[in-house]
Design a binder for this molecule. Structure first.
Ligand code: FMN
Length: 181
């Protein structure tokens, strides 16, 4: 048995039936030695530099990321790039300047897309953005593509997708442990 770790998850979609959230739920079932805590962004306001102390939702987001061993973004791709809600979370976690919550953190990126492509736009742009804030971005990121064909009753059931995600999570957890040791 490997050392248990805690991973904070940002789900970068507010949609009730979100595919990225289905991927997050699948991830929580795959590795018994990973404990997940959601870094909830549903009540996080749009970033405004005039109000850096923006209340409970932002404080909770930051605290969840701080107490975990690592952070994983489960995100869709919008217009071949980062959805605003995902980027908004990055922007809050990038502050305050010089003491960013995300600074030095270990970060993984999981894209979920309905199409046959591999979410290259969001993976590249999110990797670039977060890499400016921490040296701990795990390479590779991963995509679950053609997601609607890999789901049944709202859950990801496709064996190939679950195996790929499980392998990626195992590798990511090893990277987290290496960086923590
Ligand atoms: C504004 C907008 C832009 C989108 N752009 C892309 C895109 O570039 N690539 C892609 O794979 N899907 C794109 N989609 C489709 C999303 O993948 C789809 O809406 C998906 O359900 C969003 O993820 P979610 O289910 O986690 O909310 C876009 C959707 C919207 C609303």
């Amino acid at each position: 048995m490997t050392t248990p770790i805690t991973i904070a998850a940002v789900v970068g979609s507010l949609r009730a039936e979100s595919f990225s959230r289905a991927t997050f739920r699948a991830a929580t079932r795959l590795c018994p030695d990973i404990e997940w805590i959601e870094a909830d962004i549903s009540d996080v306001p749009l970033y405004n530099q005039d109000v850096e102390d923006a209340g409970d939702a932002v404080a909770a987001l930051k605290e969840t990321v701080e107490v975990a061993n690592a952070l994983v973004f489960f995100t869709p791709e919008y217009n071949r790039s980062i959805p605003a809600v995902t980027k908004n979370a990055v922007d809050w976690l990038s502050r305050p300047y010089g003491r960013a919550t995300i600074s030095g953190r270990t970060v993984g990126i999981v894209a979920t897309v309905p199409g046959g492509h591999l979410g290259e736009g969001v993976r590249r742009h999110l990797t670039d953005s977060v890499s400016a804030l921490t040296d701990g971005v795990f390479d590779p990121s991963i995509a679950i593509n053609s997601v609607t064909h890999r789901m049944h009753d709202g859950e990801i059931t496709d064996e190939e997708a679950l195996t790929d995600l499980g392998t990626w999570l195992t590798d990511f957890a090893e990277y987290v442990r290496d960086r923590d040791s």
